[in-house]
Design a protein around this ligand. Structure first.
Ligand SMILES: C[S@@+](CC[C@H](N)C(=O)[O-])C[C@H]1O[C@@H](n2cnc3c(N)ncnc32)[C@H](O)[C@@H]1O
Length: 397
């Protein structure tokens, strides 16, 4: 799994096998999900996935930030061929590149690098450059395995270094993958000016199927060795390695138990001290309404759309109107004595359950005009009781 063709120090082009890598997709996705759960960023316009591999998890980034342009970068053509099947014009783009030299087109809100940097020798030194990609408020999130002292890796290195295999492998692969402790990543992110945290987790994985630990290694750690050996040699190597793994990880009723340590770090570029002012998110939108019709507003925004009424501050309450809140959304209805409905300007509200909402709107006598112009996002337009245009959107998936 060396960067294909891009590392002069490697004499053999190691290739990825996306299908083999995907065999334990659930176990491999879990640390990514745990990492991303620590990225507290409701909105992102630009997301970068360094070492995106088959793009499975890159696509999840695009789902999480539907307004973002997501760029996945990888040096393996085999992985990119798989990832390109997930490309969405204008939304999810895959690029061939080396994380050591890749430069984004502009400031990035989220830089993710998951299960990649252990393949990049000296990667601690890259973190300052990755941090420099971030817009103020942006987040760098990384995860690497920290399991290189575990039998799965120790046995592999021992076998590859044995009298039988060393002459066939030595000099034909790059350095073995390696990572650092959480404190090392923390220190690098802090030195780069980020507000950082770092931690580790050992996942006690139960892997099903015959020689499951070998199958796990075939997707990742074994790639360089398999790339260095001729097919018949590779079969003999695998047989020896499988036998050693069976002793270290004996099959158990539920499957082989493979404890796997992983190291995580997340850092945020502070908003303060930004070189220029930055608009960071939409706080609320205000629509106008005619005087004295707050109850009509409540029956639509609370009764039909399901928002919750938010109390107005006492000093503003006397002006009339009402405020409503949804998940991540706040709408203010302000009284305008010269009210005219907004027929073109509008708010776009993201919803879950667009079809059920369409039924409720129809029952309430509100117009429902479907529009496929943003497919695969589904959307419709309606009007509030005052004639203000409202857009409702439900992203695909
Ligand atoms: C274990 S995979 C992880 C893929 C993906 N991030 C995931 O979590 O599913 C590691 C990926 O890093 C890529 N990679 C390794 N070194 C790289 C480098 N120097 N530049 C770009 N990609 C690299 C490999 O080609 C491979 O696709």
């Amino acid at each position: 799994m060396a960067p294909d063709g891009s590392d002069g120090a490697r004499t053999h082009l190691t290739t990825w096998d996306p299908a083999q890598y995907g065999r334990f997709a659930r176990e491999r996705a879990r640390p990514f999900e745990d990492l991303m759960s620590r990225v507290d960023l409701p909105w992102a316009g630009s997301v970068l996935d360094l070492g995106c591999g088959p793009g499975t998890l890159t696509a999840r980034l695009a789902e999480r930030w539907p307004g973002a342009r997501v760029v996945g970068v990888d040096s393996s053509e085999a992985m990119l061929a798989e990832a390109r099947g997930r490309a969405v014009p204008g939304r999810l783009e895959l690029r061939h590149g080396d994380v050591r030299s890749f430069e984004p087109d502009g400031p990035v809100d989220v830089v993710v690098t998951n299960a990649t940097l252990h393949w990049v020798p000296g990667h601690l030194e890259l973190l300052g450059r990755f941090a420099s990609f971030l817009a103020p408020g942006g987040v760098l999130a990384l995860q690497v395995p920290g399991s290189f002292a575990e039998p799965i890796h120790v046995l592999l290195r021992q076998l590859a270094g044995s009298a039988r295999w060393r002459p066939l492998i030595d000099g034909r692969t790059g350095p073995w993958p390696a990572s650092h402790d959480p404190a090392d990543y923390l220190a690098e992110l802090q030195a780069a000016g980020l507000e950082a945290s770092a931690w580790e987790t050992t996942y006690v994985q139960v892997l099903g199927g015959p020689d499951a630990v070998l199958e796990w290694a075939k997707g990742t750690a074994l790639r360089p060795v398999l790339g260095a050996l001729a097919p018949s040699e590779a079969d003999a190597f695998l047989a020896e390695y499988a036998s050693a793994l069976r002793t270290a990880y004996p099959p158990q009723p539920g499957g082989a138990v493979l404890p796997y340590r992983r190291v995580f770090a997340v850092g945020r570029r502070p908003m303060t001290g930004a070189a220029r002012p930055v608009v960071s998110a939409l706080d609320h939108a205000q629509l106008a309404m005619p005087a004295g019709r707050e109850d009509d507003g409540r029956s639509f925004y609370v009764g039909v759309l399901g928002l919750v009424e938010a109390p107005k501050p006492a000093e503003l309450a006397a002006r009339g109107g009402c405020w409503f809140r949804g998940v991540g959304t706040e709408l203010h209805l302000g009284v305008d004595p010269d009210f005219r409905p907004a027929a073109k300007a509008h708010v776009g509200l993201r919803v879950v359950g667009l079809d059920a909402l369409a039924e409720r709107l129809a029952e309430a006598g509100r117009p429902v005009r479907r529009d496929d112009g943003l497919a695969p996002t589904r959307r419709l337009f309606t009007e509030d009781p005052f004639g203000n245009r409202i857009e409702l959107l439900e992203p695909a998936g």
